[in-house]
Ligand binder design. Sequence first.
Ligand code: ADP
Ligand code: MG
Length: 349
Amino acid sequence: MLEDKKQERTSLEQLGEFGLIEHLTQHFTLKQPSTLLGIGDDAAVLNFEGKKTVVTTDLLIEGVHFDLSYMPLKHLGYKAVMVNLSDVYAMNATPSQLTVSIAVSNRFPLEALEELYAGIQLAATSYGVDVIGGDTTSSQTGMLISITALGTVIEEDITYRSGAKPNDLLVVSGDVGGAYMGLQVLEREKEVFKVNPNNQPDLEPYSYIVERQLKPEARKDIIELLKQLKVQPTSMIDISDGLSSEILHLCKHGKTGCNLFEDKIPLDPTVISACEEFKIDSTLVALSGGEDYELLFTISQGDFPKIKGNPHLTVIGHMTEASEGAHLVTRGDSKIPLTAQGWNSFASE
Ligand code: ADP
Ligand code: MG
């Protein structure tokens, strides 16, 4: 749980900025044919040969987006990459390059940044993307990480948030709510640790949800699966903020309404049991939790046979005319308007 268990602490000043960049990036290799030049010059040089390029950036700030008291730096590096790759996949594109920019205070030794970069490198190699540049600077207090991902896609395959039509089916990959419940467990253990630092927490029963929080995977496999099944989603988004907020984005951009069925929402059994333990409604967690990095998309009804019964995909609802609004249809068969926070439990129809 501690930020820096290692004895060794090499101060960043010892290396200097250029020494640091060289040290951190020395093991990066280039695999993508589209990378003509990576790290080392004033800019990287890429050649996408006529394919469309997608670009996405995320900025993560210590204390706002991550807490180093339970987030190991290697996981942080890995997750920072995943967050970006997930956005590329959500365009139905294939990620190819990354830039990594960091700002760190002198509180961090070289060994901490080595850990961070080990996670970044693991993510980059596992997903076949090249790290082609970045920027390194100092900060007054905490750590900041900004990653930009580039990817390519042929024009016909680009999937926007805006393509959903009434009667399209609403589909989600994997299961939702795990990352949020993992965070609840970690927050609780952090409090326990503050009181009794010798108490090693047993996170084993929570390993799935803790992993969902600390080591999410971008759903590369789902993009490949959809290609294999010859399913072209009509709209798509990745779940970073929570199911209901993402559904509302698809509705807004597609100018549709939607019915989401509570009993269809895929929940892992460990999410359900953690919700019971923490006395939180599992539907609320699924709708508002966030950070699951699953893909949420719509397909035309004609494509339903292609995905039917697939264990990685769940139909959770369907799109409607915009005038019908966006609703959660509960297990008790009442219709409640969806809000970005989950649902508005005070309103009913
Ligand atoms: P400049 O002065 O042009 O900004 P830098 O000295 O900051 O150049 O960077 C030198 C090279 O190292 C560039 O190719 C840059 O993209 C790369 N680079 C700098 N910082 C990082 C980093 N944190 N991670 C990966 N590459 C980096
Ligand atoms: Mg620079």
